[in-house]
Ligand binder design. Structure first.
Ligand SMILES: [Fe+2]
Length: 276
């Protein structure tokens, strides 16, 4: 989708919820390392609705399905319907682009736009970093050109960039081999707009990060299913509960953000699992 989605009349602070890596299955009882991903995703959606945070829209940052079945996308669309806010999405390594696009296009709540213009101070840009069939990511020349074009189009706006893959290492060898493969090409595109870029958010690593890369703020968000423990060279699950992220974008370019998690640990994984 080449044109932009415009939110013309939002309040001065833009509020966003990020959900990521739900890894849904076609069947009701599909489990990822013991976690029933549909139930854990439902618990996160229920918790989001119980929060006082009055968000304007939702970013879903990839790995919406686990089993390469388009039914998972229909399930996603039906499950998010009660949130009653626009949802924007991008592809993760577990997603199948054509099936994802075709299935989600059937739902009016779910938007295909990758450039979101919010009021007159911000734009959110959604990048596709997935490479069909393999876990690691990369930004294609087409994606990098699109990003450069969109940054140049609104040089007065603050920018939040979203993608699926991590740029910074997690200090976990098994996971870091699946990072974004060409971060320095991204850095080259961002450099002329350094003062516009206020944050880069992603999923993929199933853990919370609030850090810095080349002076850019990097935010990563827990999955709505299994959690990966940081600083572990072998595959290691984390008993932390499932989560999501709240973001507040201020007119002066400041981002306030926090991760929220379920208040209970109903969905513990099978800790004997060796990979996913
Ligand atoms: Fe994932």
């Amino acid at each position: 989708m080449k044109d932009a989605y415009r939110f013309p009349d939002l309040a001065s602070i833009v509020r966003i919820v990020q959900i990521t890596d739900p890894h849904l299955f076609a069947s009701d009882d599909g489990r990822l390392l013991g976690v029933p991903t549909i139930q854990s995703f439902q618990a996160v959606l229920d918790a989001i609705q119980q929060e006082p945070f009055d968000y304007d829209f939702i970013l879903a940052t990839g790995d919406l399905v686990q089993d390469h079945n388009r039914e998972g996308y229909h399930r996603f669309a039906q499950m998010v319907k009660p949130l009653k806010k626009p949802i924007f999405w991008l592809e993760g390594n577990h997603d199948l682009q054509t099936q994802m696009h075709n299935a989600l296009a059937l739902y009016a709540q779910i938007q295909p736009h990758k450039q979101i213009l919010v009021g007159d101070k911000w734009q959110v840009l959604m990048l596709d970093s997935h490479i069909e069939g393999i876990p690691k990511g990369a930004l294609s020349d087409a994606q990098l050109s699109w990003l450069a074009e969109k940054l140049a189009e609104y040089p007065e706006r603050n920018v939040l960039i979203a993608l699926h893959h991590n740029i910074l290492p997690t200090n976990s060898a098994w996971l870091d081999q699946h990072s974004l493969a060409n971060p320095y090409q991204l850095a080259t595109v961002l450099e002329p707009f350094r003062h516009n870029i206020k944050g880069i958010i992603h999923g993929h690593i199933h853990q919370e990060v609030d850090s810095e890369w080349l002076g850019y703020r990097i935010l990563a968000t827990p999955s709505t299913c299994i959690q990966f423990k940081p600083n572990c060279d072998q595959f290691t699950l984390d008993p932390l509960p499932q989560g999501w992220r709240e973001l507040e974008l201020f007119p002066n370019g400041t981002i306030h953000s926090r991760v929220k998690r379920l208040m209970h640990n109903t969905f513990l994984p099978d800790f004997n699992g060796w990979g996913y």
